[in-house]
Ligand binder design. Structure first.
Ligand code: GLY
Length: 351
């Protein structure tokens, strides 16, 4: 049997970031991934570090603020291990916000047709999650973290002071198990079915037209437009996203993609004929209050969750790794985590 201090399920950005943080603190770490690393929501994400999106639940703010403050050190640690630079892609977002003082969009972006929207300037950054994922994976692989792709968790049980995790091929043992499987957490941790549900988002990337020099994000409640300005995807513009309850279905529908492109073109008419480079769909892990689940299950102190990050997994990865490592090592968490405790979900109290 393989034993480590910590066994993490899920090699998305949350699981790998936590693995790296625990390893940095001197622990032995195993990561089990049912599929390939970074193949799901982390790959599909837009990458906006949208800590002040008015659509976020108010209770998310301290976690979002902590994560933003940790981002530079988080990236520096990944870059130093991977030797791969992960730059911020944008530094400004125009956010539709009817009640605030409007930004001078004419001078900022003359091509923008605001229509009925009033936009405010947010000093908000974005990142390319695929570039981040590549560097994060390289960082993890440069360490002694044991990463097992294509190894789904089948069952978890407490045995004395340890947790035993059964997969299709082997049994793993650890002092703590942390479920970071996003939309799959209810299944892999055997939780009531509605605890974390997949919420589908269809998206597309188009080629940035030469008539549209775009170096900022535009966001309304219906649509966001994110230019990639550097790295392998420079010159691409990501447009998203639908929000759908369709279970684990990730089918991309041309009619929905056309609707997204046409909504983007209402704001930036040059995008109407932009060449589509890629279409895809991802599954956001949603909880009933749209806040993540961070901490131990009510009656299972060695079985923790770090899942349910909904639309903000890329933003929240550094704070999640930091807080979970603090909880696991009995440090006082940097912020009050009561709002994120799994025990707040009534259905988990009897698990
Ligand atoms: N984070 C972007 C989205 O959920 O569509």
């Amino acid at each position: 049997m393989h034993h480590s201090d910590y066994c993490i399920a899920g090699a998305g950005i949350i699981g790998l970031s936590l693995a790296l943080e625990l390893h940095r603190r001197g622990a032995t770490v195993t990561v089990l991934e049912r599929n390939a690393p970074l193949a799901e929501a982390s790959y599909a994400a837009g990458g906006m570090l949208a800590s002040h999106d008015p659509e976020n639940p108010a209770a998310l703010q301290p976690l979002a603020d902590l994560s933003l403050s940790l981002y530079p050190a988080y990236l520096a640690a990944i870059e130093s291990l991977s030797q791969l630079h992960v730059p911020f892609q944008t530094y400004l977002t125009l956010q539709s916000h009817p009640t605030s003082t409007p930004a001078d969009t004419k001078s900022l972006l003359p091509q923008l047709n605001p229509g009925s929207h009033t936009f405010v300037r947010l000093k908000e950054r974005s990142i390319d999650p695929r570039q981040l994922g590549q560097a994060l994976l390289a960082a993890v692989l440069s360490t002694s973290i044991a990463l097992h792709p294509h190894t789904p968790v089948q069952s978890i049980r407490s045995v004395g002071d340890a947790i035993e995790i059964q997969t299709t091929t082997s049994t793993f043992s650890a002092s703590h198990f942390i479920d970071c499987t996003g939309a799959w957490a209810a299944a892999s941790s055997n939780l009531p079915s509605g605890t974390v549900v997949p919420r589908k988002g269809q998206m597309l990337a188009v080629a940035l037209p030469s008539s549209l020099p775009l170096d900022l994000v535009i966001r309304t409640p219906e649509i966001y437009i994110i230019p990639r300005t550097q790295g392998p995807n420079a010159g691409h513009v990501v447009i998203g996203a639908t929000v759908e309850d369709k279970g684990f279905d990730k089918t991309v529908h041309p009619i929905d993609i056309a609707m997204l492109q046409s909504s983007a073109a209402e704001l930036l008419p040059q995008l109407a004929d932009a060449t589509i480079l890629e279409t895809w769909a991802g599954l956001r892990p949603a909880t009933s209050d749209l806040l993540p689940l961070l901490g131990a299950l009510p009656h299972r102190p060695r079985h923790l969750l770090a899942a349910g990050h909904y639309r903000n997994g890329i933003l929240l990865a550094p704070a999640t790794a930091h807080l979970m490592a603090q909880l696991l090592t009995n440090e006082t968490p940097a912020i009050d985590v009561a709002a994120f405790a799994p025990a707040r979900i009534a259905g988990l109290l009897s698990t």
